[in-house]
Design a protein around this ligand. Sequence first.
Ligand code: AMP
Length: 130
Amino acid sequence: MATIFSKIVNGEIPSYKIAEDENYYAFLDINPLAQGHTLVIPKKEVNYIFDVEDDLLAGMMVFAKKIAKAIDKVCDCKRVGVAVLGLEVPHAHIHLIPINNLHDIDFSQPKLKLSSSELESMAEKIKAAL
Ligand code: AMP
């Protein structure tokens, strides 16, 4: 059965899309730790990130770098933190999270409750900064 992220890539489920190319797709996390929290995935469905083939895995970080630079421009943060968990969705993904301190990337903290218009507006801002 396709993962929820494959359904996003295929347009069966909506997402706040930031960017895509032939191999990768970036979109806002709908339960973000911070404004601008973005997920980067390979379009190819692989559960565990360290099972992603070498070239695809290396390219994923290069794709994520472009998105992170745009998040940096738009969000008020010291830098963009990177995290990989994969405990919830069995489709490899990198979390890009604008951070100012350790707590900003603490996944045990409550998530932000953002409206769809706030998410839409953030996605537009990041896209414009790409
Ligand atoms: P994890 O697999 O532990 O890295 O967590 C999966 C992440 O995906 C969580 O931060 C969720 O908020 C996020 N997530 C789950 N479903 C969606 C969705 N439909 N759109 C955007 N983000 C999602």
